[in-house]
Design a protein around this ligand. Structure first.
Ligand SMILES: [Mn+2]
Length: 248
């Protein structure tokens, strides 16, 4: 069994290492590769720099991504875990055959309990990131936000989201890439804790357990693969990877 993971592509934002359209093309390449190899794909948050669902409107600039994801999900089981930029989903993503998890996703592989979340809630996140999640998780603000014309709403979101990203890249360059909350999860019995959000790729042991930070598809271009025997973190553009084997 091969579980593929990818996070933090922030599609729609042109502030990454490459413009969004170029990152999307690379992502489609990645999907084609994963299609012939993966048994399961987990989109671990902040795939979209901003995602908001209206009753009658879907954002046109995401059309190609949505189409590719729909095609992919029709043959490979696909899960979407909400990030702080894209947790407001209300049926449309599900209509693409993708399972949606607002907070986290758990999976059992070969008797091991695996925990997947975007991770912003497990860290002391910056104010901007919190603001976006707050807007996107509160029923009243969602209701109010949905009254704004979508073109204006997406401009507001772009502004807030840029502010959030700038601040997180300054504040969150984590000297310790593993948040304390991960230790609690390990102590609860999880063998793997996999998080996104920091944009810092990291894979290492915590005692006999494994902590994975999925990096990003924004500046570094990472993805990860979990199997019954090992966990690998890939640097797609550099054609390199780090692999560690399960200890127990
Ligand atoms: Mn994030």
């Amino acid at each position: 069994m091969k579980i593929y993971l990818i996070s933090d592509s922030h599609f729609g934002s042109d502030r990454g290492k490459l413009p969004s359209r170029k990152r999307e093309e690379l992502f489609f390449e990645f999907l084609r590769m994963a299609r012939s190899d993966a048994d399961l794909l987990i989109l671990l948050g902040d795939i979209f720099d901003f995602w908001f669902e209206y009753k009658h409107v879907i954002p046109g600039h995401y059309f190609h991504i949505l189409k590719e994801l729909h095609d992919f999900a029709s043959s490979i089981e696909t899960h979407f875990v909400g990030g702080n930029h894209d947790l407001w989903v209300d049926g449309f993503i599900e209509s693409l055959n993708i399972s949606v998890h607002r907070e986290s996703f758990e999976f059992e592989l070969d008797g091991r309990k695996l925990f997947f979340a975007h991770g912003d809630k497990l860290r002391n996140t910056d104010l901007g990131g919190k603001t976006v999640r707050m807007i996107l998780s509160n029923k009243v603000s969602i209701g109010l936000f949905s009254l704004i014309h979508p073109d204006i709403a997406y401009e507001i979101a772009r502004f807030v989201s840029n502010a959030s990203r700038n601040r997180s890249s300054k504040e969150e360059a984590p000297s310790n890439p593993m948040p304390n909350a991960a230790v609690e999860l390990f102590e609860e019995g999880y063998s793997l804790v996999a998080l996104g959000h920091t944009h810092v790729p990291y894979l290492d042991y915590w005692n006999d357990k494994i902590f994975l930070s999925t990096g990003d598809w924004y500046n570094v271009f990472n993805y990860a693969v979990v199997t019954e025997s090992e966990v690998s973190l890939y640097w797609y553009l550099e054609n390199r990877k780090k692999t560690i084997k399960w200890k127990s």
